[in-house]
Ligand binder design. Structure first.
Ligand code: BES
Ligand code: ZN
Length: 442
């Protein structure tokens, strides 16, 4: 199959650019360098900016006064591929099956990012010029909360000055349905470590006389929600505004999402905050999630031990007006109260990012929707998303620019999970989307 630019995407996918894993630092850098060289090859002025972490890539065409400046953001880092034994094809060797590319990063975000790059390449080949001033900003730390991009934004407002940001790193409601996302949830991460005895203990000799950190971590996890799924941390919902009627209606018109979610997840039943539909819960209500829990004996069979410590990894998904740092403070105080003095609690705060919400009916929002309409045909779905792109609200605050989220990910793309995949058709559509979008934004 001869799909223009596909070979470049496959090359990019072969770099195991796992940002959270320092064993892959060399691969992550090589990935950034390959991208820089590729963009240079297209005739753009491309530069890597060093950070204490992974490099930031900035590339531009020749900016001319009087034209709109569009900042195209994407991330070249990926989530870890583990558990590797659940991949049907090698995690970092892109494999094409039934029109889809299977590889870590295929959808999130290399496929979507390269679709735009391919669009640029086609425009530049055809007319040697783009319709707008373009600034490309590709980072290698999105999957770890963009810790270095935030200060970089503040320090390089001039370099990154723009009228609008465009990103393809969100979902489509269904294959072939153009989807405009006007809101993202924010995120705040936290790790709780419970320590009891200073050494592991025989649970027969000492059990009953000292508190067990594993039990206490279970208590913390169980304290987060009531039986129906509402978050119990005092003040957690305080800043949360009700959903707008128009969006509740628009989402209801997309049809009942419950069956699709049951099918995609394989869960025996849905579960969540009463009073909200399944979509409202995922896209516009805040949550507390246990992402990891551990301690004690994890091996085969039984071992009668009281482990000296246990841990809990939490993340909160946040909605507009919730302040991530304040939520972490509220959570830390609440967790502290759940434990007896027989154990000690250490809280490690992790990365944060605010929620984002824009007016989809603004001029720029409408331009983006026209581009989606021209690319996919039919009606464009207007949605919010439950996932987070921590830098988006920072774009608003540091650059004063709204972000147009034009997702190309399918509901069953398996992002962050084994067998992540991206349809070649979406790569082709994304390249076209880039071209019509820049025309619409001209
Ligand atoms: N592409 C996702 C964000 C996303 C996914 C938005 C689905 C909308 C729908 C992004 O790469 C991502 O995974 N972000 C992380 C950020 C976190 C690690 C700070 C997330 O949402 O967990
Ligand atoms: Zn991701």
């Amino acid at each position: 199959m001869n799909v223009p630019g596909l070979d470049h995407l496959l090359t990019l996918l072969r770099f195991p650019s796992v940002s959270t894993d320092s064993r892959h630092d060399g691969d992550t850098r090589a990935c950034a360098e390959w991208l820089r060289a590729h963009l240079t090859g297209l005739g753009l002025q491309a530069e890597l900016h060093e950070t204490p972490g992974h490099p930031i890539l900035v590339a531009k065409n020749a900016h001319r006064p009087g034209r709109r400046t569009v900042l195209l953001y994407g991330h070249y880092d990926v989530q870890p591929a583990e558990p590797l034994n659940e991949w049907r094809t090698p995690a970092f060797e892109p494999t094409i099956q039934e029109g889809r590319i299977f590889c870590r990063g295929a959808t999130d975000n290399k496929g979507q990012l390269m679709a735009h790059v391919q669009g640029l390449s086609e425009t530049l080949a055809a007319q040697a010029e783009l319709p707008v001033n373009l600034t490309i900003l590709f980072e290698g730390e999105e999957e770890i909360g963009s810790p270095n991009l935030k200060p970089f934004l503040e320090a390089h407002r001039d370099l990154l000055a723009c009228d609008v940001v465009a990103i393809s790193d969100t979902g489509m409601v269904a294959e072939g349905v153009g989807t405009f996302t006007y809101g993202l949830r924010g995120i705040a991460c936290l790790e709780a470590i419970v320590r009891g005895p200073t050494i592991d203990l025989h649970s027969g000799i000492f059990g009953g006389a000292v508190a067990n950190p594993c039990t206490m971590v279970g208590r913390l996890a169980a304290s987060l929600h009531d039986a129906e799924g509402r978050v119990l941390i005092p003040g957690f919902y305080e800043a949360v505004k009700p959903l707008a009627e128009w969006e509740r209606k628009a989402w209801a018109e997309l049809g009942d999402g419950a069956d699709e979610t049951l099918e995609l997840t394989g869960a025996p039943q849905l579960f969540g905050e009463p009073g909200y539909t399944e979509r409202e819960r995922r896209w516009a209500r805040p949550t507390a999630e246990v992402n990891g829990i551990g301690g004690g004996y994890q091996g085969e069979g039984s071992k009668t031990v009281i482990g000296k410590e246990a841990f809990l990894k939490l993340s909160f998904r946040l909605v507009p007006d919730q302040d991530p740092d304040q939520i972490l403070d509220l959570a830390a105080a609440y967790l502290e109260k759940q434990l007896p003095p027989a154990v000690r609690l250490e809280i490690r705060k992790g990365h944060t990012g605010s929620a984002y919400l824009m007016d989809p009916h603004s001029d720029l929002g409408r331009a983006a929707q026209r581009a989606l309409e021209k690319t996919f045909g039919g009606q464009v779905a207007l949605i919010r998303e439950g996932g987070s792109i921590p830098i988006v609200q920072a774009f608003k605050e540091a650059l004063g620019a709204d972000t147009l989220l034009l997702g190309l990910a399918l509901p069953d793309c398996q992002a962050h999970a084994p067998n992540e995949n991206f349809p070649i058709a979406n790569f082709i559509a994304g390249a076209r989307l880039n071209q019509v979008l820049l025309e619409e934004l001209r």
